[in-house]
Design a protein around this ligand. Structure first.
Ligand SMILES: [Zn+2]
Length: 296
């Protein structure tokens, strides 16, 4: 994601000819009639678009523009309307509305955020205009999953726009940030409800992990090599390891991590039957943990 302004030329015609064969929804390309409307941005870039498409995507006549807006000029047979937004933002909005890829412009997060604001302002619900299979949606979730990215950035963006469909998949990556490390600005931006849901998810996962860990492994019957006292020693060692695991921030706790932590303990158990009992218990924990709730 980078400079989204660099490649925008004057007189941008939608949909761009190159994209006619690359529509995201997989629909066969259709030849659009000539544009009948021009949207001119605050930085004087003209976008040639189709009124019927804007109308069909918007539930408020594109912010009232197409009904109450001041038509500034007629350019040929086309109506021209002035917008407050910049070309970099409108460009992303139109790519979303026309269902074509904007990846070549590498829109950065602030521009995407402004594009989402513009969509909302112009009556184009994010949940219906930014579909989960669209490239921009996939890119945003992919960005959230990047271990190098800010874990909260995408969740906060989605939450601040009330974009439930994006907030849900991003919430699992937001778990990388402990609740105690969420800054005030992020908390305010995501709003009380989405903050509460994230806190609830953290707590539910912690309680689930504790519940799974605190139930001890089964104990085998007495053998000549392993009596009750030795088995109790194994249970105590299991309990110490489980307590250590339960105290970790849940973000650190993966199935592999649980397996590694217990394997160190298991290797110090002298009885093969006790080792099997603990290993069986750990495998059960890992299986259940994989199914634990991970999104809001
Ligand atoms: Zn034993």
């Amino acid at each position: 994601m980078g400079d989204s302004r660099a490649h925008i030329d004057q007189d941008f015609i939608f949909p761009p000819f190159d994209d006619l064969c690359m529509e995201e929804n997989g629909a066969s390309s259709t030849v659009q009639p000539p544009s009948d409307t021009i949207l001119q941005t605050s930085d004087d870039v003209s976008f040639y678009v189709h009124r019927t498409l804007l109308d069909s995507k918007s539930n408020n006549n594109f912010g009232g523009l197409l009904v109450y807006g001041v038509m500034c000029a007629l350019r040929g047979a086309r109506s021209l309307y002035m917008l407050e937004e910049t070309a970099s933002v409108l460009n992303i909005v139109l790519h979303i509305l026309y269902g074509i890829s904007s990846r070549r412009y590498c829109p950065d997060i602030p521009v995407i955020s402004q594009a989402f604001d513009m969509l909302i302002k112009y009556g184009c619900p994010l949940s219906t205009c930014v579909l989960s299979k669209s490239e921009i949606f996939v890119d945003l979730v992919s960005h959230a999953s990047d271990p190098e990215s800010d874990p909260l950035e995408m969740y906060t963006l989605a939450a601040s726009k009330g974009f439930e469909e994006l907030a849900v998949p991003c919430s699992s990556f937001a778990l990388r940030t402990p609740i105690s490390s969420i800054e005030n600005d992020a908390a305010i931006a995501m709003g009380a409800i989405y903050l509460w849901r994230l806190v609830k998810l953290h707590n539910e996962r912690r309680q689930t992990l504790k519940r799974l860990l605190l139930q001890p492994p089964r104990a085998h019957e007495d053998t000549t090599a392993c009596d009750k006292e030795r088995r109790n020693g194994v249970i105590r060692a299991y309990g110490l390891t489980a307590g250590y695991a339960a105290l970790q921030p849940t973000v650190m706790v993966t199935g592999d991590w649980i397996g590694d932590v217990f394997e160190k303990m298991i290797q110090n158990v002298g009885c093969g039957l006790c080792r099997d009992d603990v290993r069986s218990k750990v495998q059960s924990i890992i299986a259940c943990w994989a199914n634990a709730k991970r999104t809001i």
